[in-house]
Design a protein around this ligand. Structure first.
Ligand code: NAD
Ligand code: MLT
Length: 318
C-alpha cells in the first residue's frame, strides 16, 4: 500500500541530489542540521519522513512524538541503522529504510588503503618530510604480497576488500556464519572457522554489524590466539574490536599495528579511545568510510528513490 510522503525533514549532511530529487517529485524538503534532541522531538510531528546519516540519533521519544503527528518513514542515507531505535519504530508503525550498497566500494577502498598504510608507514614518513627530515631508514615496511588477510564478515564490503587485495597477492581467508563457501570462493576467499583463522592471520579486518555476537569479536582472548604482531583494521563499527584489549596488545607487541575509522563512542571521549588514537602504531580516521563524492551521491539518490517508490509513483528526474 502506498505511503503518503509530502514533507521530509533532512537532519544530517546528505548530498544535494537527495533534496533535488525529492523536490523534483513534488515533495517539500526542510534541511535542518544539528537539531538539539528536544527540538527534533517537536519537529518530528510536522513531517511525513525524516532522513539522517549517522550523526542524528532517532530515539524512542523522537519516534513516539513523530507518530503522534504525521511521521511514517525514517530513511538512513547509509548502511548501519544503529542510530535508529528499530524496536520503537516498529511499535509506532514507522518504516525504517537504508541504502545498503551505496557506500560499499568507498568503505572497501578505505579499508584497503588502511591495510596498505599499516604495511608501509606512509603517514609518519609524510609527517617527517613535512618537518624537514629525510629519515629513509626509519620508515621501511613490509610487503602485502604473500601475507594472510583474514576478513571477518563476508558481506558486501568484506567481499570487495577480498577482491582488491587478492590482486595484490594476499592469501585471503574469512569467516561469516551466513555467506556460503561458494559465495566466498567467488570473491577469492577461503572460508574457515574462527578458531582456525586466528593463528594464520597477518592482518584481520572486520566487516560485520555491531550485534551481540560481534561485540568484542576481537578481544584479549582472541588476540592471544593470533600471531605475534598481527595487524587489525576496523572500518565497520566501534565495539567490534575491544579498544582496551588492542591498546594492551599494542603495548606488549602482540598487535603490531591497528587502523580505526570507527569508535566505541563518536566523537571519541574516553581516555582509552584517545590513547589508542594517539598511539604511534595506530592510524585513525574520523568515520570516513563512506565519505567519497561518489558514495554520497549514490546513498542520497538511493534514499530519495526509495521514498518516491513508497508513495507508489515512479521517479521523475529533472
Ligand atoms: P553486510 O550486511 O553486507 O555484511 C555483513 C556480514 O557480516 C554479513 O554477511 C553477515 O552474515 C556477517 N556477520 C554477521 N554476524 C557475524 C559474525 N558473528 N561473524 C562474522 N560475520 C558475521 O554489511 P556491509 O555493507 O558489508 O557493512 C559491514 C559493516 O560496515 C557494517 O557494520 C556497516 O555499518 C559498516 N559500514 C561502515 C562504514 C564506514 O563509514 N566506516 C561504511 C559502510 C558500512
Ligand atoms: C554507514 O553505516 O553507512 C556508514 O557508517 C557511513 C555513514 O554513516 O555515512
Amino acid at each position: 500500500m502506498p505511503i503518503d510522503i509530502q514533507s521530509v525533514l533532512v537532519c544530517d549532511a546528505v548530498d544535494a541530489s537527495c533534496v533535488d530529487l525529492l523536490k523534483t517529485n513534488g515533495i517539500t524538503v526542510d534541511y535542518k542540521l544539528k537539531l538539539p534532541k528536544e527540538i527534533l522531538i517537536e519537529e518530528a510531528i510536522n513531517y511525513d519522513a525524516i532522513i539522517v546519516r549517522s550523526d542524528t540519533k532517532i530515539t524512542a521519544d523522537v519516534l513516539t512524538s513523530g507518530a503522534s503527528g504525521k511521521l511514517k518513514v525514517i530513511g538512513r542515507a547509509g548502511v548501519g541503522v544503529d542510530n535508529i531505535d528499530i524496536e520503537a519504530a516498529t511499535k509506532n508503525n514507522i518504516v525504517v529504510l537504508n541504502t545498503p550498497g551505496g557506500n560499499s566500494l568507498a568503505a572497501a577502498e578505505l579499508t584497503c588503503l588502511l591495510i596498505g598504510s599499516l604495511a608501509r608507514p606512509i603517514c609518519p614518513a609524510a609527517q617527517s618530510m613535512r618537518e624537514g627530515r629525510w629519515d629513509r631508514k626509519l620508515y621501511a615496511g613490509t610487503e602485502l604480497y604473500g601475507k594472510t588477510l583474514a576478513i571477518l564478515g563476508l558481506g558486501r564490503i568484506g567481499r570487495e576488500v577480498a577482491i582488491r587485495l587478492k590482486v595484490w597477492g594476499m592469501n585471503v581467508i574469512g569467516y561469516d556464519p551466513i555467506t556460503t563457501d561458494e559465495e566466498a570462493e567467488a570473491a577469492g576467499i577461503t572460508k574457515m572457522e574462527l578458531d582456525d583463522i586466528w593463528p594464520l592471520a597477518d592482518y584481520i579486518t572486520v566487516h560485520v554489524p555491531l550485534i551481540p555476537s560481534t561485540r568484542n569479536l576481537i578481544s584479549k582472548t582472541t588476540l592471544n590466539k593470533c600471531k605475534k604482531g598481527v595487524k587489525v583494521v576496523n572500518v565497520a563499527r566501534g565495539g567490534v574490536i575491544d579498544e582496551f584489549a588492542i591498546l594492551e596488545a599494542l603495548e606488549s607487541g602482540q598487535c603490531g599495528g591497528a587502523a580505526f575509522d570507527v569508535y566505541e563512542e563518536e566523537p571519541p571521549k574516553s581516555e582509552v579511545t584517545k590513547k589508542l588514537i594517539q598511539h604511534n602504531k595506530v592510524i585513525a580516521s574520523p568515520h570516513l568510510g563512506a565519505s567519497t563524492a561518489e558514495a554520497q551521491i549514490k546513498v542520497a539518490v538511493e534514499v530519495s528513490e526509495q521514498f518516491i517508490a513508497l508513495t507508489g509513483k515512479s521517479t521523475q528526474f529533472a
